[in-house]
Ligand binder design. Sequence first.
Ligand code: ATP
Ligand code: MG
Length: 459
Amino acid sequence: MPSSSTELEETPVKAAAPAVEPKKKSKTPETLRGFRDVLADEQAAWEKVEELARSMTRAYGFNRIRMPVLEQTALFERSVGKDTDIVEKEMFTFVDQGGVKMTLRPEGTAQAARAYIEHGMVSQSQPVKLWYFEPFFRHERPQAGRYRQFYQWGLEAFGSDDPVVDAQIILMAQRFCRDLGLDVIVQVNSLGTPVSRKDYIAELAKYFKQHKKLLSETDLKRLTKNPLRLLDSKEPGMEALKADAPQIFDYLDEVSKQHFMKVLEYLDETEVPYALNPYLVRGLDYYTKTTFEIVLNTASSPELEGMALGGGGRYDGLVPLLGGRENTGGVGCAMGIERLVLAMKAANVMPPRRERTDVFFCQLGEGARRKGLAIYEKFREGGIAVGEAFGKGTLKAQLEIADKLKVPLAVILGQKEVLDGTIILRDMESGAQEIVDAAKVVGIVAKRLKDVADEKAAA
Ligand code: ATP
Ligand code: MG
């Protein structure tokens, strides 16, 4: 379920949709509903996203962690919260052959906290800063930018209460999107400490109880179980009702207020564009103080405008809740990779496919093909990117491909050359050909490529 007012509208779907959509009357198995293959056209974008994640985390001193996809169900029930959408209806949970109840992880923060405690990271220098880039699973209603398996780039910093850490994580998330060519704005809020929140929740419940008649069945349930979730509600009529509801700012205790002011000051200082959003409660119970979302700001594609690309916040109670040391603060965020790529497509900032070919290898006849495989290897070991079309028979067809790839050089191996231990070198621009020693061809090609590059640089 959406956790901010800027979520993509959900399109109604029939209640019990089948796990596999009966698209065609075919017996060939297809991907499960909400799952997808990432094909060649998106790989350059995914790689760019992952490389940027890697370089940013290195610059900010985060260490990578790789965590299992399966965890004990109790981990999420205890940390995310029993009355949240994730735990109530989005988890893929099953009992394995050994009778153990397990869950395909729906998010990474609880997992990272588990790892922090389990591996005694409390004894390292604090904060311990971790990052991951991995798939997560939620049994949600599939729609644009919402899948049942999706990737997140996650950042978690454990062991510091300092608002500068909150600001730094928000800054990283915003700069990350900006560097990918996306126009985003940060929405921020503070949920205060659990104690200060209690008073607020009581007031909020009181307010909505007065307007009980206007609430939908879902919202009535929220009112009794988890009134804060009402601020998340997208039910008709709620916008107006929420506008008059008590606001959390007025209930923050002094510590939370100070903390929040500091975070905002740091954001001002670093010129991170942000907007205050008092309804930003986020879908997980463990948040304290700062919460935020990175929201797309794109007039060019109205259907994606306001989509949350990522979000996070502070979770000071999480480590203690899972049995770790008291007073271990933490703050983190997670960016959704599929949504980032979707936004990159819409903003026309998809990087070009990265296919570098230096030289094209043509072969004629079975002997040449066999020999060709070995020569191809030599080129690869020499760091030269070779194109080939081993499947094509005629020289004409192969040279056509070489032309399309715009390579400066082609090497041609025929039956005669195989017997002589030679190979033909063809300048693709002039069409001039010469015969060279096959054993030396990698060195010769490397030299020619360097000459071509030097000429280009000089021009
Ligand atoms: P939403 O409000 O969109 O449901 P959320 O608050 O549940 O998001 P988080 O748990 O904070 O999201 O996850 C952070 C980011 O991960 C989201 O902003 C989004 O980009 C991505 N994300 C979350 N759920 C999905 C999903 N089912 N499919 C694709 N991306 C997702
Ligand atoms: Mg959600």
